[in-house]
Design a protein around this ligand. Structure first.
Ligand SMILES: Cc1cc2nc3c(=O)[nH]c(=O)nc-3n(C[C@H](O)[C@H](O)[C@H](O)COP(=O)(O)OP(=O)(O)OC[C@H]3O[C@@H](n4cnc5c(N)ncnc54)[C@H](O)[C@@H]3O)c2cc1C
Length: 472
């Protein structure tokens, strides 16, 4: 690595998504704190920074194409937003509209009050819902009496097995698994509970029960939940990426778009990044803030083992279909944030968001905005118009919504949903340990390595950049 005598530490960040941008911000902050000269270069393949944070305006509607918010309980994204001057733009979901629904049969049922990710914290509303059978309800209510499993070392369990063990099969199939589908479009019987829901594993360890753990967490948060469990920004979630990009640019970072990295090679004690369009960028420390399937081929010549570990992470493809309507054409009350659909129903739609009920300012006066979420299996690799027709057909069945939309818009996310399968965290730790041994100064971070959401991406980007500047 460069030392001060040889000039500034050259940090190169591959990928200008929120991970890469957060990393650039952290590198500059740490360098300032430590009085260590650095140059920070972000190399982004596409013409736009932000990766999966995409917000578009169309006909007066505001569309968050991919991610639409982050979990407030994980502080990293909110903290980053504040640091780049977005404190006043932070928004919670609309009050009085926070309930959500689950499809069962051909109907949407409201999730009973007090049911947090399938964990019953109040029994009376659970008793009344038609969503579960009497036996299913009794099984959920018995959760505090189920013996706790103690995970040791790299022990892991699928989300489905964990949910069945703690809450019974009905809660697992009808609620926990479809909620997860909204996040990773994955199969709960393959995905790792330790990677996707570490907070549940911690509750089982610390309280012996999810019900006791959830109630304790609610008490600890009492009075701080006025804005709900999710956060976004007034101008949509991409505002975060734009603001971080502006902030780091002003602080001296070099942000290059249209600059895909095609190969990485060792050059003496440093690294050379070959750009796809020609040219080479030298760097002392490199952060690969790109999905695992992009990082794997870049690492193959450096360490086959690390590349193989990353190859093993499958990625799913999804599409979001936005439909805007005149309010008067929609009889449905849209009285919540939307709905999730259990896979066992065999429906093509995974979830629906009633965007204009969930957030203020997303549809023009007198209009509403709905978003349908699909997994793009081969069966669904259709053109945009067929996806719009499919979304309309699904909303007709589930919501009785047969009006003609005034806006329809499709976004595709190819290979953008990492599937953190059972054993994922142990595999990623091995990749990191190999890189630290074989390729010091070269790291990976971001969506799919350790967690999949925006807060975990921000955290990983910042941790990696901080360590790089400190020379760890
Ligand atoms: C449909 C969808 C909905 C989601 N909803 C939510 C949500 O509601 N809440 C939440 O918290 N999270 C959500 N997520 C996840 C969240 O968007 C991601 O965790 C986060 O955006 C990951 O950021 P990243 O920077 O790690 O990766 P990315 O956003 O994938 O950024 C990687 C960047 O690297 C660039 N790149 C790729 N290859 C190269 C190369 N060779 N050289 C240079 N650059 C390259 C890409 O163009 C891209 O800009 C959602 C994701 C999707 C797809």
């Amino acid at each position: 690595m460069a030392d001060d005598a040889r000039g500034p530490l050259r940090v190169a960040i591959v990928g200008g998504g929120i991970t890469g941008l957060a990393a650039a911000h952290e590198a500059l902050l740490r360098a300032r704190d430590l009085g260590r000269p650095v140059t920070v270069t972000v190399l982004e393949r596409t013409a736009k920074l932000g990766g999966n944070l995409i917000t578009e305006r169309s006909g007066g509607f505001l569309l968050d194409a991919g991610a639409d918010s982050w979990v407030a309980a994980k502080p990293h994204a909110t903290a980053l937003a504040r640091e780049v001057g977005l404190e006043g733009s932070l928004r919670g979901t609309r009050e009085g509209m926070r309930r959500y629904f689950v499809a069962w049969g051909d109907r949407l049922h409201p999730v009973p009050d007090g049911l947090v990710l399938g964990v019953p914290t109040r029994l009376a509303p659970l008793a009344r819902t038609p969503l579960f059978s009497a036996l299913g309800k009794v099984r959920m209510a018995l959760e505090p009496f189920v013996p706790a499993r103690h995970f040791e070392g790299d022990d892991d369990e699928s989300i489905a097995d964990f949910a069945v063990r703690r809450l019974g099969r009905e809660a697992a199939d009808r609620l926990v698994a479809p909620l997860l589908a909204g996040i990773s479009a994955g199969d709960a019987s393959d995905l790792s509970v330790r990677a996707a829901f570490p907070q549940f594993v911690a509750m089982e360890r610390d309280y012996g029960s999810l019900v006791r753990g959830t109630i304790a967490a609610q008490r600890a948060r009492a009075g701080t939940q006025g804005e709900g469990a999710f956060r976004s920004l007034e101008g949509g979630v991409a505002t975060l990426a734009r603001a971080v990009a502006e902030h780091v640019r002003k602080a001296g970072a070099h942000l290059h778009t249209g600059a895909g990295v095609g190969a990485i090679a060792r050059v003496g004690p440093a690294w050379g990044l070959e750009l796809e369009g020609g040219g080479r960028i030298p760097a002392d420390a490199v952060l690969l803030a790109v999905p695992a399937w992009v990082a794997a081929p870049l690492l193959r010549a450096i360490d086959e083992g690390a590349a193989g570990g990353l190859d093993a992470v499958p990625f799913g493809s999804t599409a979001t279909v936005f439909l805007g309507y005149r309010r008067e054409d929609v009889a449905h009350p849209l009285d919540g944030v939307g709905f999730v659909v259990p896979r066992s129903l065999g429906r093509p739609i995974l979830a629906g968001t009633w965007v204009s009920s969930k957030w203020e300012g997303r549809a023009p006066e007198g209009h509403v905005l709905v978003r349908a979420f699909f997994s793009l299996s081969d069966r669904l690799a259709r053109d945009d118009e067929s996806l719009v027709q499919l979304a309309r057909a699904e909303l007709r069945v589930l919501m009785g919504l047969s009006a003609t939309p005034v806006l329809s818009r499709v976004f595709r996310f190819e290979h953008a949903s990492p599937q953190m399968r059972v054993g994922h965290l142990a595999r990623m730790r091995e990749v990191r340990e190999r890189l630290a041994r074989v390729a010091p100064g070269l790291r990976v971070a971001g969506g799919g390595y350790e967690g999949i959401g925006i807060p975990d991406s921000v955290r990983q980007g910042r941790e990696a950049a901080g360590a790089m500047v400190k020379g760890e």
